[in-house]
Ligand binder design. Structure first.
Ligand SMILES: C[S@@+](CC[C@H](N)C(=O)[O-])C[C@H]1O[C@@H](n2cnc3c(N)ncnc32)[C@H](O)[C@@H]1O
Length: 437
């Protein structure tokens, strides 16, 4: 592929596959020279991207998508008419991009064989998890999500690509379900979303798609239709040799880790969008499970003060870096928010000492009930955080498991460890809260 000559980026070499590596992100983009904030880091010609209109019949009438498809064919050659028709149809954008990626992977000339060879052969997103790998997630919900995701892609394979019955079967785009699963995870984990003149677009952009995620990224991206290029732009000064990162939360800033794992195959340490599944014990399901009702007695201001105090003292006892620990405290505090007293909560002052003591006692009962739920969640995990940490560090003690983890098991262990660390943050927060009463 041809990136603009002034592009100051290079792709890092493929990483050594070692589980001992310090939280490796894999390959990425690295700035070859310093780039000031606001300046472009990389420009990929628009005709080198696979761009589809999310809703060809919607806003913008699919005009940019149709033009992009025509431009692409002018450069890379005509697509089979059945595929061209399908790419312009109102089938969902995801399936259209999967079809296009499968086509260029099998039949594309020019840059596409090189691009195909750069794409990873396997992936850690949930649709690839086999039943024995799903168990490593230590979460019934995630296991169910993984099974559902896989079933939905396999059914898409049958209805669109399968040799016997699919809408596009005549094109022989996928040799089997594994091809469709691969292309689906590539689109899920690598595609960009943007809009031109109100027309929502989804794009696979070779080269730009090598940028890894960071929660405090140093780059943003945009499709510049006038310049005919997809740009990565520095959002702050980037030093020579620094990794160039973007946020994968661009289209869904509220994405929790379960969905990160579903789409991207990794979790964000200290993802503030995560929530612990505390129960108020007042719904039918909780009553059936015997979860005692939890009165909403916490004081929002006190909860915030407890969280701030813990954050100032270096986060909770959970592992990982300081920013992640603060993120977990925020996520824990938000998980506890529903247990705060409505209408300001107050509780201070004019009712006398007896009333204040009654209020404190009510809060302690709420804290105790929530700590009990934490203990129940902890008991539901088959391993401890320490075991997971040792597994990820590759220092598996005798009987703790194999020193080498497959990429998917590694992703599963990272995901369950992150949930345990969030739980530890919630426990620390509840204890700090109780200490303030
Ligand atoms: C768009 S690609 C980025 C380039 C990728 N590293 C590669 O070698 O092709 C997205 C994939 O990179 C990996 N990745 C990106 N950011 C990551 C992060 N912060 N932590 C762990 N893995 C990350 C995940 O496997 C993800 O599905």
């Amino acid at each position: 592929m041809r990136c603009r000559p002034w592009s100051p980026l290079q792709a890092t070499p493929p990483p050594a596959r070692s589980p001992l590596g310090p939280a490796p992100r894999g390959r990425g983009l690295v700035a070859r020279r310093a780039v000031p904030a606001g300046a472009p880091l990389l420009a990929v010609e628009a005709w080198n991207a696979l761009a589809v209109s999310d809703e060809p019949g919607g806003r913008g009438g699919g005009a940019y998508g149709a033009r992009a498809l025509a431009d692409w064919q002018a450069v890379h050659g005509s697509l089979p008419p059945l595929l061209e028709q399908y790419l312009l149809s109102d089938s969902n954008w995801f399936t259209r991009l999967v079809a296009w990626l499968l086509h260029v992977s099998r039949h594309g000339g020019g840059i596409w064989p090189l691009y195909r060879s750069l794409l990873p052969p396997g992936h850690e997103s949930l649709m690839h998890f086999l039943p024995e790998e799903r168990e490593e997630l230590q979460s019934r919900e995630l296991e169910a999500l993984a099974a559902k995701e896989r079933a939905s892609i396999l059914s898409l394979h049958e209805s669109i690509f399968s040799g016997s019955s699919g809408d596009l079967s005549a094109l022989a785009l996928a040799a089997g379900p594994e091809d469709t699963l691969w292309a689906a995870s590539m689109v899920n984990s690598r595609c960009f979303a943007d809009e031109v003149g109100g027309e929502a677009l989804s794009l696979v952009v070779p080269c730009a798609d090598l940028a890894n995620h960071d929660s405090s990224p140093n780059a943003g991206y945009r499709l510049d239709a006038d310049a005919g290029a997809f740009l990565l732009v520095a959002t702050r000064d980037v030093a020579a040799g620094e990794e160039v990162t973007i946020s994968y939360l661009g289209t869904n800033p509220t994405k929790p880790n379960d969905l990160m794992l579903k789409d991207h195959g990794f979790v964000i340490p200290g993802n503030t969008n995560d929530r612990l599944p505390f129960s108020a014990g007042d719904d039918v399901q909780s009553r059936a499970l015997g979860v005692p009702p939890v009165p909403r007695e916490l004081d929002a201001a006190l909860l915030l003060a407890a969280a701030k105090g813990l954050a100032a003292s270096g986060g909770s006892s959970s592992g990982g870096d300081a920013a992640a620990a603060v993120g977990r405290l925020q996520a824990a505090a938000r998980s506890l928010q529903p247990f705060c007293r409505r209408g300001g909560g107050g509780g201070g002052g004019d009712g006398g000492a007896a009333e204040a003591e009654a209020r404190a006692a009510a809060q302690r009962r709420t804290v105790d009930a929530l700590l009990q739920q934490c203990a129940a969640m902890r008991a539901g995990f088959a391993t401890t955080a320490e075991t997971d940490e040792a597994l990820l560090a590759g220092a598996a003690a005798a009987g703790a498991g194999p020193a080498e983890l497959s990429p998917r098991v590694r992703a599963a262990v990272a995901s369950r460890l992150e949930r345990k660390r969030l739980l530890a943050a919630a426990e620390a927060l509840l204890s700090a809260y109780a200490g303030k009463l």
